[in-house]
Design a binder for this molecule. Structure first.
Ligand SMILES: [Zn+2]
Length: 411
């Protein structure tokens, strides 16, 4: 490749891979067992590329291929230029988790063109990318899905802010004594950064903000910058002409102060309201689990339903939901994860064997870090330690380090 890239974007994949083209410059590498399913799952990638081209200018990297890695891969995806690495946990069979593909592709602009100078500025990379990802989902699948995804992000942002080791890790600009680059990669940088960008979009108006962003990606293409360089560019090229759109206090609260200010969007989804209505009927005993109107529920609606269940619900209800929908054995990794989190807290035993299988097979940090932490917090630390000992050789070194730290912290 002729384009210059920073060292963290260089990667090598070795394995028994086969290739299938989606169009003349986009294709998928995967092991044979999952190749056709991957191509079907990712077939909208050309439409995603078109959507970002329209917003922020042409793709600058030539080919865009994807490679599906083993389940031990610790991330949803990694945006190595021209060849995104992806976890097989995205293959849900219904394209419901392909926002990660939009995310990795979006990095071809935000991150791979303009990246952060240091990991203290990780939000510049991941926040803008999460924002572009959400815009792409809106173009392809409509406003409803984009709002549902932001609402779910809002929930996981709150969870990560609450779980942060110290308050300094909940400001967009990470502290000077950041212990490890990985520590900058919580939802604070991703969803938190996205909500900040969304805040700017709303204050300045989408039309002006889209032009600003397109120029920003061009101005700093193939360069690395800091939060302060971004803010100074923003001041000169957008804020100066619209001085009343935001105040300095508001910007500082977002970027430098721990936690998130109340100017953050609280996304409300009509579809989620309906799900909540069903949930209320279930919890009050007015309808049985099997009679919930779930027929047209997407993955997102299931996630909202499970995530917002109160922790103190009865085991009997878990049994009923499992008999009706077999959630403990869901082949959708996001749904399975959400269910296991609730099951651990409730002490619902029938989910523990499938959970063990999940932990032994999947190494994606987004799932396994909270699962191990929650097991330890709910009196199952010893059992979790046995699973970790068995699963560890199959985890990526990054995941091994993070989980060892979770155990050490608990002692
Ligand atoms: Zn990313």
């Amino acid at each position: 490749m002729p384009q210059p890239i920073p060292a963290y974007l260089l990667a090598i994949a070795v394995g028994d891979f086969e290739f299938k083209a989606i169009n003349d410059h986009i294709g998928v590498y995967a092991e044979r067992y999952i190749l056709d399913a991957s191509v079907a799952e990712f077939e909208d990638t050309p439409l995603m590329e078109e959507a970002i081209n329209d917003l922020y200018g042409p793709y600058k990297w030539g080919r865009y291929d994807m490679i599906v890695l083993p389940a031990s891969f610790p991330f949803g995806g990694m945006e190595n230029p021209r060849l995104s690495f992806l976890t097989p946990t995205l293959i849900a069979g219904d394209k419901s988790l392909t926002n990660v593909v939009a995310h990795e592709l979006a990095h071809s602009w935000s991150g791979n063109l303009v990246t952060n100078s240091t990991w203290r500025d990780a939000w510049l990379n991941e926040g803008f990318t999460s924002y572009v990802e959400n815009r792409v989902m809106e173009v392809l699948y409509g406003e409803d899905r984009a709002v549902m995804e932001r609402a779910l992000d809002r929930q996981s942002l709150s969870r990560d802010v609450a779980a942060a080791d110290r308050p300094e890790l909940t400001a967009l600009k990470m502290p000077a004594d950041l212990a490890h680059p990985d520590d900058a990669f919580s939802q604070v940088s991703y969803a938190g950064g996205m909500f900040f960008v969304k805040f700017l979009e709303e204050r300045f108006g989408r039309e002006k903000f889209d032009i600003f962003l397109r120029n920003y990606f061009d101005q700093f293409a193939f360069d690395s910058i800091t939060t302060e360089e971004f803010l100074s560019y923003f001041e000169d090229n957008l804020w100066a002409d619209n001085p009343d759109a935001v105040t300095k206090e508001e910007i500082d609260a977002w970027v430098y102060e721990p936690g998130f200010p109340d100017t953050i969007e609280e996304p409300t989804s009509d579809a989620f309201e309906k799900v909540s209505g069903q949930q209320r009927l279930l919890l009050s005993g007015d309808i049985a689990a099997a009679d919930l109107l779930t027929e047209n529920w997407s993955t997102h609606e299931w996630l909202h339903f499970i995530n917002t269940m109160p922790d103190g619900i009865f085991i009997g209800l878990f049994n009923d939901l499992d008999s009706a929908y077999d959630l403990s054995n869901s082949q959708n990794a996001e749904i399975a994860f959400a269910w296991y989190m609730k099951a651990i807290k409730a002490g619902y035993e029938p989910a523990m064997a499938p959970l063990e299988g999940f932990l032994l097979h999947v190494g994606r940090g987004k799932f396994i870090y909270p699962l191990y932490r929650t097991l330890i917090e709910n009196g199952r630390g010893e059992w979790a330690g046995e699973i970790f000992a068995q699963a560890k050789p199959g985890y990526h070194p990054i995941a091994q380090r993070r989980i060892a730290a979770i155990f050490a912290e608990a002692e």
